[in-house]
Design a protein around this ligand. Structure first.
Ligand code: ADP
Ligand code: F6P
Length: 341
């Protein structure tokens, strides 16, 4: 429990930016002001605590940002925060500005920094902000919904040209070491194959066989969604083209997936998360992170949240495979076999 009533809240965004972070910042600022608290924005994540880039925020400072991608607070990866001296310095900056509650919007790494700050006496609340969806305590992270829609639209476009040229396309999506974005794009785009770090068996020959077989059945394109955690899309394309004789192109979607106006879901959930963070601090809670699971907004102890494990939804994965043409090929073979009996 926080030892005394919170009077001043700080807010920062850290790690990779994600669409919806602005909605969360806006919610923190306005909720805190509505409760009579002072609010400070901190520029460039933990870097801003190192060099005291801290400024008082008014309600108007967050006008006209809910629809904007990126983060008006800027973000950074701050090496100094990983050191004891850096953590002490960050806590000193909070104290200097009277910040007794800090809202950190970012991923697991940012939570680790927040936990260290809590050990130095600052009350902290973490909000999950990452397009990767790789935070174990929550089914939803700010930015994933927008990113998956952005990637889906881009893949649809690649598919058009891929079909015209009767090519195979390998499209690499972000996600760091996690395959959530790739899995969702695989289902949403009806990809023929999906390569996920959690499932990849390095069986490129199976992929090649699938491509040859689907071309034999008259398919005009072959879309492979490849997760960044597997990577090597360009060399994979060269090998596949050599083995199949089918023109193959690699497209790496890259940082476009992190930008753009957030979807309604990202705006609304980020706004709820932002308000929850302020409410939790005002209730005297500390070292908590917020999440959304099975229709409920929840909060967890930061240490416990960091220890949790998350894996891909097996049912979603099975569905993705069962709807792909590679599976349909197997189903078709089975029908033929049954007919011959
Ligand atoms: P994300 O928050 O998206 O997972 P990072 O892993 O890059 O992104 O972490 C963001 C920042 O959080 C880092 O640049 C660093 O400042 C801080 N951070 C990460 N891990 C730690 C740690 N173990 N201790 C203290 N700070 C950390
Ligand atoms: O965590 C978000 C993310 O976009 C990952 O999907 C990706 O691996 C990484 O950040 C890229 O980081 P950077 O913007 O530093 O290249």
């Amino acid at each position: 429990m926080a030892e005394k009533k919170i009077k001043t809240i700080g807010v920062l965004t850290s790690g990779g930016d994600a669409p919806g972070m602005n909605a969360a910042v806006r919610a923190v600022v306005r909720r805190a002001l509505s409760k009579g608290l002072d609010v400070y924005g901190i520029h460039r994540g933990y870097d801003g605590l190192m060099d005291e880039d801290v400024f008082k925020m008014k309600a108007q400072d967050v006008s006209d940002i809910i629809q904007k991608g990126g983060t008006i607070l800027y973000t950074a990866r701050c090496a100094e925060m990983r050191t004891e001296e850096g953590q002490q310095r960050a806590a000193d900056t909070c104290r200097k500005f009277g910040i007794d509650g800090l809202v950190v919007i970012g991923g697991d790494g940012s939570y680790r920094g927040a936990e260290k700050l809590a050990n130095h006496g600052i009350n902290v609340i973490g909000l999950p902000g990452t397009i990767d969806l790789d935070i174990s305590c929550t089914e939803y992270t700010i930015g994933f919904d927008t990113a998956v829609n952005t990637a889906m639209e881009a893949i649809d476009k690649v598919r058009d040209t891929s079909t015209s040229h009767e090519r195979c396309s390998i499209i690499e999506v972000m996600g760091r070491n996690a395959g959530y974005l790739a899995l969702w794009c695989g289902i949403a785009n009806g990809a023929e194959d999906i390569l996920l770090p959690e499932k990849y068996d390095y069986n490129e020959q199976a992929l090649i066989d699938n491509i040859i077989e689907s071309r034999r059945r008259g398919k005009k394109h072959h879309i492979i969604v490849n997760a960044e955690g597997i990577g090597h899309s360009a060399s994979m394309a060269r090998r596949i083209e050599a083995a199949t004789g089918i023109e193959t192109r690699a497209t790496i979607l890259g940082h476009m997936q992190r930008g753009g106006s957030p979807t309604a879901k990202d705006r609304v959930y980020a706004s709820i998360f932002g308000c929850m963070a302020v409410d939790l601090l005002c209730e005297g809670k500390n070292k908590r992170v917020v999440g959304y699971n099975k229709g409920q907004f929840q909060d967890f102890d930061i240490q416990e949240a960091l220890k949790m494990q998350k894996s891909l939804d097996e049912y979603e994965y099975e569905i993705a495979k069962s709807l792909s043409s590679s599976y349909m090929k197997d189903a078709h073979k089975k029908v033929l076999k049954d007919e011959m009996l």
